[in-house]
Design a protein around this ligand. Structure first.
Ligand SMILES: Nc1nc2c(ncn2[C@@H]2O[C@H](COP(=O)(O)OP(=O)(O)OP(=O)(O)O)[C@@H](O)[C@H]2O)c(=O)[nH]1
Ligand SMILES: [Mg+2]
Length: 174
């Protein structure tokens, strides 16, 4: 049975570590440290290298789940983690200051990977901020000539994350 490597990326605090922790059936390897300066106001810890977890799909396929650090000063890890990845999940914090601007940073940075592999977008924390709505995300992507599925996800809920990941895996099979 083949193994599939997936990478979760996206802005600081968007929920990459939480999503992988929700899915993983092994204890998650994570490299979170106590957050300093600008981060501390928002949450206690931040990822400095990677997250790693594993999940088995109902048909027996094994998913290897990697999470990137959100902070751009660790962007060198982003490319390293994408090596051999078949799919990319971009998480966007809808309660951030400029969610579409955040999305753009990751779309630009991972453009080649998105063209070579496949990607989905998960918009998190929509309960805290309703705007931009999903239609605004779809418009934004259309303007960038990208056709990618956009989900509203609360990554604290395993089923939300499972649905998004299963969609990505289904896209890989076509
Ligand atoms: N209210 C609300 N909180 C959420 C939602 N999704 C995630 N969170 C919370 O947002 C925070 C996300 O933190 P992390 O999972 O550490 O985020 P990260 O993307 O790994 O961040 P970095 O490693 O710093 O880049 C956690 O405190 C989650 O509980 C949501 O849909 N609604
Ligand atoms: Mg993290």
């Amino acid at each position: 049975m083949k193994e599939i490597k997936l990478v979760f990326t996206g802005s600081m605090g968007a929920g990459k570590t939480t999503a992988i922790s929700a899915l993983s059936e092994i204890p998650v390897i994570n490299t979170d440290v106590n957050a300093t300066d600008e981060v501390i106001a928002r949450k206690a810890t931040t990822t400095v290298a990677l997250d790693y977890g594993e999940m088995t799909l109902p048909d027996g396929q094994k998913l290897r789940l990697y999470g990137t650090p959100g902070q751009e000063r660790f962007a060198y890890m982003w490319k390293i983690l994408m090596q051999g990845a078949l799919g990319l999940i971009i998480l966007v914090d809808n309660a951030g200051e400029n969610p579409l601007g955040d999305l753009e940073i990751y779309l630009n940075h991972f453009r080649e990977d998105i063209e070579k592999t496949t990607a989905v977008i998960g918009v998190t924390r929509m309960d805290l901020s309703k705007k931009p709505n999903l239609a605004a995300y779809n418009d934004f992507l259309r303007k960038k000539n990208l056709q990618l599925p956009v989900f509203s996800v609360d990554v604290r809920r395993k089923q939300n994350v499972v649905l998004m990941v299963q969609t990505l895996v289904a896209m890989l099979e076509y």
